[in-house]
Write a protein that binds this ligand. Structure first.
Ligand SMILES: [Zn+2]
Length: 412
């Protein structure tokens, strides 16, 4: 077979369309050429493809997973501590992130991070780096899949080595933005407490001029909110701090958004900003449950995310499991269809890649994951519930293979 020849992957095929709808073929085909999807559908419909081009796979293909909020520099300490957010950051996380000043340290953990995430089926994501410019570049070079990355901007209220390493103004960010390009470099004020209103304003201007994405945290724990409001007495509420700085737009991705007022939710809806919904992290730190009913009612766009290292696992299957469990426990209807959609197509849209990835539409990148076939004849809903059952370690290694741009990256 020549490099440019198409390959028809034969297996089950599950393609998310909306939160409520997906398309399922028990015997499906995915035609891939030059790293792009040519066509997807029932295997029987591919009458024009010679047998020599068919690759049989034992399992079900789904689009590659997208994780829209993860801290790659916390991967090696993920899920280790359970305490309130502010205590956890100050006692464990910030001292740990200071280690990424060392290039060798950063290189080792970057390789481990991308090996683990691709093994778990994640083919795209948006990640927080430590403040260090070199660690960010190391991660960009080591990335497996399509990753947007930003170094955390922390000019104050953090340990001195991190504040010192942090960019102090937009001029310090410019070379990084240029090196990675505005489609890969994410402007990352870590959260309001780490930045002055003036710095955030200049970051908001830069986001508008460059077209880059913005990632930050919003309204995760009551203690955090209290500290933030003490630091910004002029603001109406937490969301208003970012809004005044011009940081809220359809290219903004806000982690958590748990304790928002109606005014704040309404502001996010008007700005078209995205929520990175991190149910496993919120469970681990006891932060609360995102008000999915209001988010749905106001039409605020959201996608799922692991938020490693507060989130105990980088597996998006684990995140989907906790998403279902958390909202079902509160008697809010959520389905496996929505869980898959929020971890694939919604994630791609959130990262500005809705035309590039996230489902099996013709022309998109051939990023996909092979999951174990059902043991007996069953509905795709029941199969998906079974796939999402089990312990965190089982979910991390459940995918049988991950393909990125049509190339197999990780196998069981
Ligand atoms: Zn986070």
């Amino acid at each position: 077979m020549n490099d440019g020849d198409p390959i028809l992957y034969r297996g089950g095929l599950l393609n998310p369309l909306t939160p409520d709808r997906w398309e399922y073929h028990e015997d499906g085909g995915l035609l891939v050429q030059d790293g792009r999807i040519q066509r997807a559908g029932a295997f029987g419909s591919f009458t024009d493809i010679p047998e020599s081009r068919v690759l049989e796979l034992d399992g079900v293909l789904v689009p590659g997973f997208v994780d829209v909020h993860i801290h790659w520099v916390q991967h090696h300490v993920r899920g280790r501590f359970q305490m309130d957010l502010m205590e956890w950051l100050r006692e464990h996380i910030w001292p740990e992130e200071a280690g990424f000043a060392e290039a060798e340290f950063a290189r080792r953990y970057a390789q481990a991070f991308f090996a683990d995430t691709s093994r778990a089926g994640t083919t795209m994501g948006m990640a927080y780096s430590s403040p260090h410019a070199e660690a960010l570049q190391i991660a960009a070079d080591a990335a497996v899949g399509d990753w947007l990355l930003g170094n955390s901007i922390m000019e104050r209220s953090a340990p001195e080595p991190l504040c010192r390493a942090s960019p102090e103004n937009v001029d310090a960010i410019a070379p990084l933005l240029e090196a990675l390009g505005p489609s890969r470099y994410v402007i990352t004020p870590r959260f309001a407490l780490n930045c002055s209103a003036e710095l955030m304003k200049s970051l908001g201007d830069l986001a508008r001029q460059s077209g880059a994405h913005v990632q930050t945290h919003l309204s995760e724990s009551p203690i955090e909110i209290r500290e933030v409001m003490e630091a910004f007495p002029e603001a109406t509420d937490y969301t208003d701090i970012y809004d005044r700085a011009g940081l809220l737009s359809p290219r903004s991705v806000l982690g958590h958004c748990i304790h928002l007022s109606e005014r704040e939710l309404d502001c996010l809806a008007r700005r078209g900003a995205w929520i990175a919904h991190c149910p496993s992290s919120n469970e681990a730190l006891g932060s609360g449950r995102m008000d999915i009913e209001s988010v749905r009612r106001l039409g605020i766009p959201f996608a799922l995310a692991s938020d490693v290292g507060a989130g105990p696992s980088h597996s998006m299957l684990h995140v989907m499991q906790r998403f279902l469990a958390q909202h079902r426990e509160a008697h809010v209807p959520v389905t496996v269809r929505e869980a898959l959609y929020r971890s694939t197509l919604a994630g791609a849209q959130c990262l500005g890649r809705g035309n590039e990835a996230g489902d099996f539409a013709p022309g998109k990148r051939a990023d996909f994951v092979l999951l174990p076939a059902p043991e007996r004849r069953t509905s795709p809903e029941d199969w998906m519930e079974e796939i999402l059952a089990g312990r965190q370690q089982d979910l991390e290694t459940r995918p049988l293979g991950t393909w990125i741009r049509g190339e197999r990256k990780a196998a069981a």
